[in-house]
Design a binder for this molecule. Structure first.
Ligand code: SF4
Ligand SMILES: [Zn+2]
Length: 116
C-alpha cells in the first residue's frame, strides 16, 4: 500500500488512478510506469538526479509537476545483482552450447584420427 500524493489516502501500489480523487498515478495506463508527482510547492526537478547532473532534456524541466523518469538524488540507486561464479559459468555454457557441442565433435574426431 502507498499514499496518493494529492489526497493522502491509502491506495494500492499498482493502482493506475487514485480511487478517491482520480489522480493519475501511472503513465500511459501501464502499472509498471510510475508517474512521479510533486507533493507540495516544490518541483520534482529540484530533487532529481538528472537535473543535478544536467542530463535531463525534458521540456518540463526545471518545473516538472509530474515525471516518469524522476530519480530522487537522495536515494541511492539499486545495486546491480552479482551472480556467483558457478552460476556465471553455467549461464555461459548454456548460451554457448552450440559452440561447446561443435568443439566436442571436433575433439572426438581428432582423437579418432590419431588412433586410426
Ligand atoms: S527527469 Fe523529470 S524530474 Fe528529473 S529533471 Fe528531468 S523533468 Fe525534472
Ligand atoms: Zn488521491
Amino acid at each position: 500500500m502507498s499514499t496518493c500524493p494529492r489526497c493522502r489516502q491509502t491506495i494500492d501500489t499498482q493502482a493506475i488512478k487514485c480511487p478517491h480523487c482520480g489522480n493519475i498515478l501511472k503513465a500511459y495506463g501501464h502499472p509498471g510506469m510510475t508517474l512521479h508527482q510533486a507533493t507540495q510547492e516544490a518541483y520534482l526537478c529540484e530533487s532529481c538526479t538528472y537535473h543535478e547532473d544536467d542530463t535531463c532534456t525534458f521540456p518540463q524541466r526545471p518545473f516538472a509537476q509530474s515525471c516518469i523518469l524522476y530519480q530522487n538524488k537522495l536515494q541511492k540507486p539499486e545495486q546491480p545483482i552479482t551472480l556467483p561464479l558457478t552460476r556465471k559459468i553455467k549461464n555461459w555454457c548454456y548460451r554457448n552450447r552450440g559452440l561447446i557441442f561443435l568443439t566436442l565433435i571436433l575433439f572426438l574426431g581428432l582423437i579418432w584420427a590419431v588412433i586410426n
